[in-house]
Design a protein around this ligand. Structure first.
Ligand SMILES: Cc1cc2nc3c(=O)[nH]c(=O)nc-3n(C[C@H](O)[C@H](O)[C@H](O)COP(=O)(O)OP(=O)(O)OC[C@H]3O[C@@H](n4cnc5c(N)ncnc54)[C@H](O)[C@@H]3O)c2cc1C
Length: 386
């Protein structure tokens, strides 16, 4: 039987970064044909790998303080220092988002860094189960069994099965006696009630700047109409914070006083939609029967149209689901994990990192930063055990 110091399950963002951050002989297993598949397509092929400002407030978790240690131990500048040393180009975009020039540069950086730290790769390998022994673990796989003193679960969430995501992490966690916070797709589009869907379908593919809110969270970004409802940067973060049955509010004219604009054109023969700064036929479709010639419109007509544009409410019927979600919210309950080492409190020698944990970042590079920070902390702890 093969024997290693550590077996890492998952050659994704967190597993690769962890593997490259400590020097023990280790093997990293993945059922994909190549490592880092999701990283390689992330950020639209440019990999939004971190953000200039990362704080605990950028993450959603049942345990609000859990992520603080790791974020303090591994900062965005720690990652960019490594990229600088490896001559990997990147740039800062709006809202402090840090993007690579090419996501494949990040994958190559992660893989070569792992290889330099005594990492073997076993790809196209299905993990069957993990058994705790008196001293260490046996990992049974489609390529045979491996014995190791330490195991790192880095197998991610359920989002984007086409890129390799599976329920492996949740299954192994339960087998090893861990409990999970309910998992759900997040950072994805929202489906809307039937009466609204026809309008969204007509406008599918069009986008505009909008202010979208749920509870205390508000995002002013591009809103994209889809066949099912809404998506785009203004809506993806809403899917993270919106609980089932909760209202979403929308302002399609965050920089315009619609009512004032209507009154400014009140004596013209123009229709309401004709004076609004919305692209193409968006205003006419969105207003529908409320779109009247301004000269004939009553005060109530004008107010109803302005409300429809700037203070619109709906309750999402569903999210776009795991096939289109960027991340999985929920996951292994972090109360079972040491926040400094990422070792499972009840199973010494077992570590959990990355998206499999109940820590979900908002849009903007926070999820990959969490993969690096959690992988780094586990590696520091494993380095102490060599
Ligand atoms: C399309 C898309 C774009 C994204 N863009 C960004 C972005 O720009 N910025 C950002 O911060 N976040 C982004 N994310 C989220 C980010 O990629 C993830 O949060 C991050 O990759 C999680 O790292 P991880 O190591 O926990 O999991 P992953 O990177 O998903 O790695 C898990 C690994 O486990 C392997 N695995 C799973 N099941 C099995 C099994 N049964 N047997 C063997 N191996 C298995 C998988 O193949 C995978 O390689 C994006 C996500 C998607 C889907």
């Amino acid at each position: 039987m093969l024997t290693y110091h550590t077996v890492i399950l998952g050659a994704g963002a967190s597993g690769l970064f962890c593997a490259g951050s400590f020097a023990a002989p280790k093997i990293i297993l993945d059922h994909n044909q190549v490592p880092g598949v999701k990283v390689g397509v992330s950020g639209g092929g440019k990999c939004n790998f971190s953000n200039t400002s990362v704080t605990a407030a950028d993450y959603l978790s049942q345990s609000k303080h859990f992520c603080k240690n790791a974020l303090a131990a591994f900062k965005p500048t720690d990652f960019t220092a490594l990229l600088n040393r490896a001559n990997v180009s990147y740039e800062e975009r709006s809202h402090g988002q840090l993007f690579a020039r090419n996501a494949q540069d990040i994958v190559r950086f992660l893989v070569s860094r792992a290889q330099a730290q005594h990492t073997d790769f076993s790809l196209k390998t299905e993990v069957l189960d993990v058994q705790k022994q008196n001293d260490g673990f046996i990992v049974r796989t489609s390529a045979g069994s491996i014995q190791a003193q330490y195991v790192v679960l880095a197998c991610g969430g359920l989002s984007y099965p086409a890129l390799g995501a599976s329920a492996l992490g949740a299954k192994l966690a339960r087998q090893l006696g861990l409990s999970l916070i309910d998992q759900r797709p997040a950072l994805c589009g929202l489906s809307v009630p039937k009466e609204l869907r026809a309008r969204c379908k007509t406008l599918a593919g069009n986008s505009t700047l909008a202010q979208v809110s749920t509870g205390k969270h508000t995002f002013t970004e591009q809103l994209l109409f889809t066949h099912e409802g809404f998506s785009g940067p203004a809506v993806l973060p809403i899917s993270l914070f919106c609980n089932e049955g909760e209202k979403v509010r929308m302002n399609l004219l965050p920089q315009t006083d619609a009512l004032a604009l209507f009154y400014a054109h009140k004596n013209t023969s123009k229709k309401m939609s004709a004076v609004l700064p919305l692209p193409g036929k968006m205003a006419a479709v969105w207003l529908g029967e409320l779109d009247k010639p301004l000269a004939n419109a009553t005060k109530a007509d004008l107010e109803a149209a302005a409300k429809q544009l700037t203070d619109f409410e709906f309750i999402p019927t569903a999210t776009a689901g795991y096939t289109k979600a960027e991340v999985t919210a929920g996951g292994i309950d972090t109360r079972q994990i040491n926040p400094s080492t990422f070792e499972v409190k009840t199973v010494p020698g077992l570590f959990v990192i990355g998206e499999l944990l109940d820590v979900t970042g908002r849009l903007g590079g926070y999820n990959l930063h969490w993969a690096w920070a959690s992988g780094y902390c586990a590696a520091q702890a494993l380095a102490q055990k060599i």
